[in-house]
Design a protein around this ligand. Sequence first.
Ligand SMILES: Nc1nc2c(ncn2[C@@H]2O[C@H](COP(=O)(O)OP(=O)(O)O)[C@@H](O)[C@H]2O)c(=O)[nH]1
Ligand SMILES: [Mg+2]
Length: 456
Amino acid sequence: MKDTICAISTPAGIGAIAVVRASGDEAFEKLTPLFPNINLNSLPPQSAKFTQIFDNDQVIDQVVVLKFAAPHSYTGENMVEISCHGSLYIQKKILELMIEQGCRMAQPGEFTQRAFLNGKLDLPQAEAVADLIDSQSESTHKLAINQLKGSFSKKLNSLREQLVQLGSLLELELDFSEEEVEFANREELNRLLDELGTETDRLLHSFKVGNALKTGIPVAIVGQPNVGKSTLLNTLLQHDRAIVSPIPGTTRDTVEDTFVINGTPFRFIDTAGIRQADDSLESIGIERTFQAIDQASIIFYMVDASRADFASVKAEVEEFKVSTDLTDKQLLIIANKIDELKTLPEHYKDWHDMDIIFISAKRQVNIGDIENRLVEYIQQHHIQDVSLLTNERHYALLSDMRTAIGRIRQGLADEIPTDLLAEDVRIALYDIGSLTGTISTDELLDNIFGKFCIGK
Ligand SMILES: Nc1nc2c(ncn2[C@@H]2O[C@H](COP(=O)(O)OP(=O)(O)O)[C@@H](O)[C@H]2O)c(=O)[nH]1
Ligand SMILES: [Mg+2]
């Protein structure tokens, strides 16, 4: 029998109300003495009752008691949730009373861990609960909700089924290897492997965006000193975050802040600018600039459109394009300070091979065009409508599975013995099983649920 666990589930501090809850086979029996005015045991399941909670003959509070009978509760066990007034004294007192009646303080994430162990959720769904609690924007919320609803798990299960099919085709071959039977249809095997590989690659690929969403999609603002990078950051964020100065090299470190556009958080990183440094402090800033470029999903390369030597400006942008690894990155050229120009100079007409936007950061001209570009980026990367890979643990396991699939594909081509291929199928199945939680160790579970808050 499982012991009965209890915890305060609302945040530490004083609120209008707080929730204290308990879960376990004997939850009703254990808490019955706290509510002498009702009979908790005979209360209908999934019901709420307004009553008083007592410490012996002393009333502690007026509360609402919610009763959930197994298996129809969050944990899948008998559960009692008490909504009390938010006084710290009352919250602690109720917890003490529960412990006096033989309940035990819950470990972090223990309610959700029980939900997993009782088959109410699989591991990705349980992990989505933590993401949901953490979500601070529409996009991260949507991802977490989809994962909680099981859309990601469904995808994983179909990958698993394909792996099982692959395994059984190979096993069949092993069973009959003594006889001169026809080998498993290689075309069929290859087709299965390719499908698995493509789908896994798609998921792995989505991790960059999925992971970036948690902290905001990184946008690095780079360019020569004094082109207006810090001014643009301030304009985008609509307040003065970075120091703007006419003295080149003022921004010596990266400054960043997040801003939500169309429900998606973007993290803008204002950089020190790219140029030969005069002192060591500035060169550290420039080093950080290259790190920011490296980590960015989107790069705003800023130039000063009012400069007369436009040929060298274009050469500079072209130099940046060839010297930077732009794989999986979107580059947008931002030509600033158009307020200094009477008309857009002719020479910019031949920039049409580049993605360029003309703005004035200072006078706030065409800033909406930049925001529209970011909205397009959200749409192009399906940020708000597909299941993206967002979790480090999932990424590591899927990468490992992808490697095994690659080895099987290669092994088939090299005609290596079937039992070696079957071994890689087992590895891949192990990976996906650890992902969904059909295979789990105590260490793995402690790791996942230990990161939850107490009471969840
Ligand atoms: N005329 C004009 N000046 C600007 C514009 N944007 C920035 N500046 C000025 O350019 C100088 C350098 O700006 P700053 O944002 O510090 O450039 P950074 O070194 O690239 O970060 C400051 O004097 C700004 O006021 C603009 O759109 N038009
Ligand atoms: Mg600056």
